[in-house]
Design a protein around this ligand. Structure first.
Ligand code: ADE
Ligand code: ZN
Ligand code: ZN
Length: 302
């Protein structure tokens, strides 16, 4: 209820608002955090295989460096992958299913595709490394709630926001980057910004009671997408009712604090599920007995 009051009280900003460029994915920081976190939960076999593949490309030093590559190529060498970063629903269709995928593909089909290529040992190392780079990126994107949103406003990119009274941005960017960047600069202001991702990953890991446990995650992109979609449809998310072409909304500190809690849980789930999926693929498992235990809740508000 408090949230509703806050949402309803969002201030309207009047003059001279210029919208930011559309955001595309979890920003670079979000993807690095997910992959840094995932790396901590890889089995020995999975870590060895991933290190081996990543080392084949001198452009990358470590696994976390490959995780935002998909955003760098979506507008150039891999234009056909641009729609694969998200899936959108009709306004009156709250249920995510494979038929909601766009004709040229979407995030759920891209996860199936790249998990399959990464798993296929008859493919070249080059193909499997590329599939790994995509898969690691998709696992971040599918957990960003607005990557499973409602058709028509480009995942909130068209909803203008004045963020915390000072930054002109849009709702998509708030969830890709602003919340994450604010939390990092408030928590680790003394650290160089390039190092703050690692502190964030460490903080998230501290909230996951999984150390030393082998984790396996069955492939379930529709289920993961559904969780994100349920979050964006919640009243508290202040999205479903928002309309593009209105005056910018100005979410308050309460929106930031609740958004941070949701973001932390989505990042945790993305990282742990990515590790569990890579473990399962590399070890060729079919059983899913020990599947990402002790991480209950999608991140939605209770
Ligand atoms: N472009 C169109 N819809 C989008 C979404 N849900 N997320 C990111 N980019 C988009
Ligand atoms: Zn993306
Ligand atoms: Zn995004």
């Amino acid at each position: 209820m408090k949230w509703f009051v806050q949402t309803a009280a969002m201030a309207v900003v009047v003059a001279g608002f210029v919208s930011a460029e559309p955001a595309q994915a979890y920003g670079r920081d979000g993807h690095r955090i997910v992959c840094d976190l995932a790396y901590r939960y890889l089995s020995d076999d999975a870590r060895t295989e991933i290190d081996r593949l990543v080392a084949l490309d001198p452009q990358f030093e470590a696994f976390r460096d490959v995780c935002s590559w998909a955003d760098e190529v979506r507008g150039s060498t891999h234009r056909h992958t641009a729609p694969w970063h998200y899936i959108n629903q009709d306004r009156d269709d709250p249920q995510v299913d494979p038929e909601d995928c766009a004709e040229n593909g979407c995030i759920t089909s891209a996860i199936d595709l790249h998990a399959g290529i990464f798993a296929d040992r008859s493919r070249s190392d080059e193909d499997r490394l590329e599939a790994l780079k995509f898969l690691a990126h998709w696992m971040g994107d599918i957990h960003q709630p607005l990557h499973v949103s409602i058709d028509g406003d480009r995942g909130g990119n068209d909803i203008d926001v004045l963020w915390r009274g000072e930054r002109r941005t849009n709702l998509h960017r708030v969830w890709d980057s602003e919340i994450i960047l604010d939390h990092m600069s408030e928590s680790w202001s003394w650290a160089p910004s390039a190092e703050r991702n690692a502190y964030f990953a460490e903080e998230l890991a501290a909230g996951i009671p999984l150390a030393g446990v082998d984790i396996y995650t069955p492939l379930d992109p529709i289920g993961w997408a559904q969780e994100s979609h349920d979050i964006v449809r919640s009243r508290e998310f202040a999205y479903y009712w928002a309309r593009p072409d209105h005056e910018p909304i100005e979410p308050g500190d309460h929106y930031y604090e609740t958004g941070l809690r949701i973001s932390q849980q989505r990042l945790r789930l993305a990282g742990v599920r990515l590790a569990g999926l890579l473990n399962q693929i590399v070890e060729g498992r079919t059983e899913t007995a020990r599947t990402t235990p002790a991480l209950s809740g999608s991140g939605a508000l209770d």
